[in-house]
Design a protein around this ligand. Structure first.
Ligand code: SF4
Length: 328
């Protein structure tokens, strides 16, 4: 475990959404969508933690809770040792400035009616940073930092390609000088040929600005390039957290192994794909008992149906935390 003080610490976080009953005749308690349950992890300054898992596993909800778009049902989110829920409004606003988000679809996240100059300076205005002329200077610096020409500031988001729009979204997020970026599937709306350019840009910015990332993705091949550590999420819970090398070279949880085996590989002149995970992700409205992965797990035993495993170090690997009764 790192001894560096965490920039972000998430402790036993739960984000649940009460749902309406399907009919007035339905009895019993109202259904609750358990999007995130008992999640704990930390990110140190300059570190990139990738959060991976299938669509619908709760990754985006977790990211949105960290930036304050969803309220926590239980647990705590702390930034530099301060619990966000215990802060005054002014403290929270200052902290929010230090945590920015990049969204999956750069077209939807950018206001199409604003020129790029306003798109980029809007967060500066919200946070009271600089006067009009200083904000304009800052926009010119930021657009150059993401590799676009200065005249891009006079155009509108729809006049750019998907990759260029994601660069504009990154410039906007960089404006308030964040220390942590929550990047929610920043590559998945882009062509494969553009994805590596955005990954390289994120990597350069991390080096230049000592940024930390929570990099949310369903794509283990993509996160391999950027992540220092990887957290694997299944049905709202973390099932494995490990340094990148340990996770890819010796995954311990059966779900992680299945995800890694499913990464497309180039083999003997043709693309091959390993074994894929059987069955569908169960509903977070009614998660399976015990270990939530048991209906799909090739190693499941009787205990897995009744007892939920805790996230604990794998034998002989202190930094590799695994939630499985039969970890390797
Ligand atoms: Fe599979 Fe059981 Fe481990 Fe869950 S606890 S991953 S069902 S072996």
């Amino acid at each position: 475990m790192s001894t560096t003080a965490p920039l972000l610490a998430v402790d036993n976080l739960a984000v649940h959404f009460p749902m309406a009953r399907k009919s007035l005749l339905q009895r019993g308690p109202s259904p609750v969508l358990q999007a995130v349950s008992d999640v704990s992890f930390s990110i140190t300054p300059g570190e990139t933690l990738a959060l991976v898992g299938e669509s619908g596993c709760g990754k985006t909800t977790l990211g949105r809770a960290i930036v304050g778009l969803y309220a926590a049902t239980r647990g705590a989110i702390s930034f530099k040792g301060e619990n966000l829920n215990a802060m005054t409004d002014a403290q929270r606003k200052k902290t929010r400035r230090a945590i920015q988000m990049i969204f999956q679809d750069p077209y939807e996240s950018l206001n199409p009616r604003l020129p790029v100059s306003d798109v980029i300076t809007e967060p500066l205005l919200i946070h009271g940073i600089g006067n009009r002329s200083e904000r304009a200077d800052r926009a010119r610096e930021l657009i150059a930092q993401v590799g676009l020409p200065v005249d891009a500031l006079n155009r509108y988001p729809h006049q750019f390609s998907g990759g260029q729009r994601q660069r504009i979204a990154i410039a906007r997020a960089l404006g308030p000088e964040p220390e942590l970026m929550v990047a929610d599937e920043p590559l998945s709306a882009l062509d494969v040929s553009i994805q590596s350019q955005i990954l390289n840009l994120m990597s350069e910015l991390r080096e230049r600005r000592q940024l930390s990332y929570l990099f949310i993705s369903h794509d283990l091949a993509a996160v391999h390039h950027l992540a220092d550590r990887v957290a694997v999420m299944y049905l709202g819970r973390l099932v494995e957290v490990a340094p990148r090398g340990d996770l890819y070279d010796s995954p311990s949880h059966p779900y992680t192994r299945a995800l890694i085996e499913a990464i497309p590989r180039i083999g003997q002149g043709r693309r091959s794909r390993g074994r894929t995970i059987q069955g569908d992700l169960p509903s977070p409205l009614n998660p399976p008992s015990g270990c939530a992965f048991h209906p799909r797990c090739p190693k499941a035993q009787a205990i897995c149906k009744t007892e939920a495993p805790s996230l604990l170090p794998a034998p002989g690997r202190e930094q590799q935390l695994v939630a499985c009764h039969f970890k390797d």
